[in-house]
Ligand binder design. Structure first.
Ligand SMILES: O=C[C@H](O)COP(=O)(O)O
Length: 309
């Protein structure tokens, strides 16, 4: 099966409801077991740098200003001015009206500009408005678009509407990569997370993303595990690789490393690069920097050492 643009409502429903159900207890136990894995100190240093390179450093506040976005971009390019060996982050994630500021600040840095779009975070707007939102962000220079699905349509069983919105948004993205946000905290069941994953991948998503960061629960290990299984199985079936981005509520190095272990053990090492795995987070980077410095120096610097995210 490949990405199709034409599919009927009945075929899509039959396909999604024909997916094997998720073993809820099994998924939670497996995620909990992987979360207890300890890793060696040398591997921890590598894992911290890998995690930094996978961060989509995010600010999605009504009070965001150009100055705040510029400061965040500077931090993303050079997370620790005292240590040039610290890798840059993968992308800076902002609202569409801040894309131009981020593009200017990041020019030549290799850090991507991701923008939420399609009436983030609710997704409640007419399709024309969502597509205009997407086009505006792309025209301003966004290299990645993080769209939200219409959870109301999904939960009402109108899978075709969600599918068609993803297809149309992907077309509006042009060269920009499309991440599709499910808001898994609103999807209620793991079965729905699996269905949303396959629906988005069939519709052409480049990445599937757990959450907006505006709803609790946001990213969790079991939900991410279900999504990682989906991208693994989708690639086995179609040959096309899709990335995964847990986002929201990931704040500590310990959590980030748990996600990396989960990726390695579920989808496999092919996903352990910023091209295929991201951590969407507004405040994780500082903890990664503090733990990195502690590993290198043996001294815990404390949160005041680094600029605020
Ligand atoms: O996509 C990223 C999220 O919006 C950030 O959520 P967070 O503030 O809980 O890290």
């Amino acid at each position: 099966m490949s990405t199709e643009t034409h599919v009927s409502a009945a075929e899509l429903r039959a396909f999604l409801h024909g997916l094997p159900g998720v073993d809820q207890v099994g998924a939670e136990e497996r995620a909990a077991r992987l979360a207890t894995r300890s890793i060696k100190t040398s591997a921890k240093a590598q894992a911290i740098d890998l995690a930094i390179s996978m961060v989509d450093l995010t600010t999605l506040e009504g009070a965001d200003t150009p100055g705040k976005v510029r400061a965040l971009c500077a931090k993303g390019v050079q997370p620790d001015p005292g240590d040039p060996d610290v890798p840059r982050v993968a992308a800076i994630c902002v609202y569409p009206d801040m894309v131009g500021v981020a593009v200017e600040a990041l020019r030549g840095s290799g850090v991507g500009v991701a923008s939420v779009a399609t009436a983030f975070p609710s997704g409640r707007a007419p399709m024309e408005a969502k597509l205009a939102d997407t086009r505006a962000a792309v025209e301003a220079g966004a290299t990645e678009i993080d769209m939200v699905i219409d959870r109301g349509a999904f939960l009402a069983g109108d899978y075709l509407k969600v599918y068609e919105e993803i297809v149309a948004t992907k077309a509006a993205c042009g060269e920009a990569h499309l991440k599709v946000i499910f808001e898994t905290g609103e999807l209620v069941t793991y079965d729905n997370v699996r269905r949303a994953s396959w629906l988005a991948m069939r519709a052409g998503a480049d990445f599937i993303k757990t959450s907006t960061g505006k709803v609790s629960p946001a990213a969790t290990l079991p939900v991410t595990l279900v999504m990682l299984e989906a991208v693994r199985d989708f690639r086995a079936e179609t040959g096309r690789q899709v990335g995964v981005k847990p986002a929201g509520g990931i704040r500590t190095t310990k959590d980030a490393i748990k996600y990396l272990v989960l990726v390695n053990e579920t989808a496999g090492p092919d996903w352990l690069t910023p091209q295929w795995f991201r951590l969407g987070a507004s405040s994780l980077l500082n903890d990664l920097l503090m733990q990195r410095r502690k590993l290198a120096t043996g001294v815990y610097s404390g949160p005041d050492y680094f600029t605020l995210d």
